[in-house]
Design a protein around this ligand. Structure first.
Ligand SMILES: Cc1cc2nc3c(=O)[nH]c(=O)nc-3n(C[C@H](O)[C@H](O)[C@H](O)COP(=O)(O)OP(=O)(O)OC[C@H]3O[C@@H](n4cnc5c(N)ncnc54)[C@H](O)[C@@H]3O)c2cc1C
Length: 247
């Protein structure tokens, strides 16, 4: 970890670099993310690649009350060695889309900023729910409505989306944030708006529960079995993530 900067009251920018990033290849997808494993931990947490210039990789981390990465990022972590997984992305705006709507909370802002910076050929409208001050963060000239987050660990984005006035014609809707809100929105898009699945991408980025998420899947046996089978750490994390997704 090369640098740590506080870019707003709840956002910390971490710049990674060094020989370990040799061979990192961006997917080129605007909302691409990596799994991040911080020292002393085995579990990964996902973070958007805010930028990658071929040598340095920037992640913008929301610091909240408690959490594996949040607690590490609040400290002076410069010089620490972290692990990241292969990048993935899911933003897939159809080529005939005439507009783009982006909705998210602070965890989604890095992806929204990157998408807004890369999509230049259609009008982009954004809604961003943030705690406290609005970070000076999005590209110049963005059409954004700032919303106050209703409380720590909470979000009211579903209600906001249900009240949106939708543009005419075909477009693309991208949204990320608290998982329960995202589930409600998927239902709304399918049942009320009757959008085909190619017209939207809605992702749960975090779960709004009041305490540290339980280790529902014990990583120990997966790690030992993986090592015994000669798997790389990355393959073992993939097994672990798959086990969590299938629980
Ligand atoms: C594809 C993808 C991309 C993401 N990109 C980013 C990104 O660029 N920046 C970013 O900050 N996050 C991003 N996230 C969200 C991030 O992975 C989660 O917020 C993660 O839980 C943070 O890990 P932690 O170790 O800090 O907390 P955890 O140990 O996972 O959780 C501890 C407790 O904190 C609560 N919690 C988790 N996140 C939040 C939050 N944001 N606000 C309030 N309470 C919370 C949990 O409910 C839990 O109770 C992304 C998630 C996904 C799936």
């Amino acid at each position: 970890m090369l640098r740590r900067e506080e870019i707003s009251s709840h956002l910390v920018r971490l710049t990674l670099g060094g020989a370990g990033l040799t061979g990192f290849t961006s997917t080129g997808i605007s909302d691409e993310w990596v799994g991040l494993v911080v020292p002393g931990q085995f579990q990964s947490r996902y973070y958007t690649v805010r930028s990658w210039d071929g040598a340095e990789l920037v992640l913008d981390i929301v610091v909240h009350d408690i959490g594996l990465v949040t607690e590490w990022a609040m400290r002076d972590c410069v010089g620490d060695v972290v692990t990241i997984t292969e990048p993935k992305g899911s933003f897939a705006m159809p080529s005939d889309a005439g507009w783009l709507l982006l909705v998210g909370d602070l965890t989604a802002l890095p992806a929204m900023a990157r998408i807004a910076g890369e999509v230049r050929d259609v009008p982009v409208r954004m809604w961003a729910e943030v705690p406290g001050d609005q970070p000076d963060y999005l590209p110049e000239g963005c059409d954004v409505t700032w919303l106050e987050q209703p409380g720590d660990g909470q979000s009211a984005l579903a209600e906001v989306v249900e009240g949106i006035e939708w543009p005419e014609g075909q477009g693309y809707f991208w949204m990320a944030g608290e998982s329960a809100q995202m589930r409600a929105i998927r239902k709304h898009l399918m049942r009320e708006r009757r959008l085909p699945s190619t017209a939207y991408d809605v992702m749960g980025y975090w779960r709004g529960v009041a305490k540290r998420q339980p280790r529902a899947v014990d990583p120990g046996p997966i790690y030992r079995a993986g090592k015994a089978a000669g798997k790389s750490d990355e393959e073992i994390w993939a097994d672990y993530d798959a086990a969590r997704e299938n629980q």
